[in-house]
Design a protein. Sequence first.
Length: 476
Amino acid sequence: MIEQVRKIIPVLLAGGAGSRLWPVSRDQLPKQFQPLVGSLSTYQQTLQRVSDAALYAEPLVITNEDFRFFARRQAEEVDIIATVVLEPARRDSAAAMAAAAVLAERREAGSLVLALAADHVVLDNDRFSDAVKLGAEAAEQGNIVVFGLTPTEPRTSYGYINPGEPINGNEDLCVVEAFVEKPDEETAISYVEKGYLWNSGNFLFRSDVMIAELAAHAPEILEAVTRSVDEQESDLGFVRLHKESFEASPKNSIDYAVIENTKRMAVVRGHFRWSDIGSWDAIWEIADKQENGNAVEGQGIFVDSEGCLIHSNSILTTVVGAKDLVVVATKDAVLVTPRDRVQSVKGLVEALKDSDHIHKTEIHRRAYRPWGHIEQTDSGQRYRVSHLKVEPGHRISLQQHYHRSEHWIVVRGTATVTIDDQTRLLTENESIYIPLGKPHRLANEGQIPLELIEIQTGSYFGDDDIIRLQDDYKRS
């Protein structure tokens, strides 16, 4: 029986991208915030996994500026309160881990910290909690604990861990003999035969221990991040780390900065199912299979097909007479690739970035805003039609345009519309015209979401024609 441990501070690292999962994962809404497996995003699934109040404290979420409102909203959707910390620049995982350790140490000296990637899938939550409790025993003793998984096959896409001597006689808790990089196929086979474990890249440690190891092996990172925490600001409820201080940190991963240098590593052998869902074949592997090994996420039908994946939450997608094929459909892009070529999707995205289709690597047709979302449904040379949803209690910025006018038609809820110094209420089926150049604002002061159809007409529709005069969310 694993004894109860003191509360652990979960830290979700949620600032990365995932180009291998295009077209679902894009720069402005990457894979951790997408429902890739099931109805919730992996970020929300991770929050739920660490929601047991008897074991875990309130989580910290480390993400970047672009995702701040989305990270908070998705946490609220699963009834979890999280402290969202904003990285002002991308400095890789070592700086993020340093921020987590320093913030946790400020919350409670010697805190236990569970650092988790927000884009991983873990099945068997009870077994995951058992692994965390076992790891906490070693972390309390001053070890940095990594979670390893028994390989089901010789995968070349994962790093491996060579477990050493058991700790306290427990075969599921060992010192780490060595970390090894992603191997070729022959080497991977030998690792599996020797009893190596897959490296999940998730860690459990005492905050003071991680700080001490950073001081020993990556002092410049620790110094810069500590200054950024010292000079943090509270901004609309977010913790904003100091930009100039944080940018002074060298770019490095926690693996290279600390994990491969410290002598204080231990590994827990996890008995839960896990995937880092780094590519579409990984989604197929963990998905529930139909007859003939086919898997569907969303709307899809197979005929005379085998070993295929359909991922479509937008349109009905069908596959006939295919084998080992991946088909991914969004509202504005479709990907079709053999399962054994999914690693090439990253190269495809790079090619798209150098083409006229660069915008399809960055944004979806539905763009999320602090106040809700806007989804483009049609466009032409001098018009654009969109669906707007404004959450209760929110409003868009007071703004004006020099190259477009707008028509708003309310389809649900009640809109409070201000044009110049005039304000009026619009209910369902009512509409209003906003002339070019007029300052205007849309607000939802009701209790239900407000939905509108927006028709814009004019010569230019770029975001740089949105002149914000006042904004609740401090956007420029």
